[in-house]
Design a protein around this ligand. Structure first.
Ligand code: BEZ
Length: 211
């Protein structure tokens, strides 16, 4: 059955470039991002993995571990990692899962046969500390992902997990948030000491509560 937001992220064991892992144990109590790349030694994937290696500190600051997967075998990942480090001026510093039997790819519905039956699409799963899926995005193989957008999404997810706010279009960390509709004006006055501004009864802005 297809995975949906709020489902538990399926657990698995797999060989990775950093040794064998049990996914849930590897996640521990923090956040995780699992993302698939269609194939080793391909240009778009090379740029993506290089970028993630270069900004890994930004994910760490937010308590997020990153892990990549493709259906190629471990030896191939190891050889390709050298190319990524050389061409993207980085050190790949997170695990790449080898999934030659496509077990994990199938578990996460990453093979879309009408796109390609022998490689994964570009899937991204953001997983919360409760191991539940908080976000899923699927890109075609031809389009490299925007990992700055994923950092922005993590900022929003972590904020909205703690406060009764949502984040508006193109929101960035530090900008005004939206008071969720389920909160009454009276409760909003107590919950948001910096105040709120009602443009419409259903559209109320408040400064980001944790800033
Ligand atoms: C790439 O990463 O460049 C790529 C992978 C599979 C199909 C097309 C492009």
């Amino acid at each position: 059955m297809a995975l949906r937001l709020g489902d538990e992220a399926p657990n698995f064991t797999a060989d990775t470039t950093e040794g064998k892992i049990n996914f849930h144990e590897w996640l521990g109590n923090g956040w995780g991002i699992l993302f698939s790349h269609p194939k080793d030694f391909t240009p778009v994937c090379t740029t993506e993995l290089g970028y993630v290696a270069r900004v890994k500190g930004e994910f760490e600051k937010r308590g997020v571990k990153v892990i990549a997967i493709s259906v190629d075998p471990l030896e191939s990942h190891k050889g390709w990692t050298k190319d990524i480090n050389e061409t993207q001026h980085c050190t790949v510093n997170f695990p790449l899962i080898a999934d030659p039997e496509k077990k994990t790819a199938m578990l996460y519905d990453m093979i879309h046969p009408n796109a390609a039956d022998n490689m994964t699409v570009r899937s991204v799963f953001v997983i919360g500390p409760d191991k539940k899926i908080k976000l899923m995005i699927t890109y075609p193989a031809s389009c490299g992902r925007n990992f700055d957008e994923l950092l922005r999404v993590v900022d929003s997810l972590q904020l909205t997990a703690k406060y009764k706010v949502a984040t508006p279009v193109n929101w960035k960390d530090g900008q005004d948030c939206i008071v969720v509709p389920a909160v009454s004006d009276d409760d909003a006055k107590k919950l948001f000491p910096k105040g709120f501004r009602a443009v419409k009864p259903y559209l109320r802005y408040t400064p980001q509560p944790n800033k």
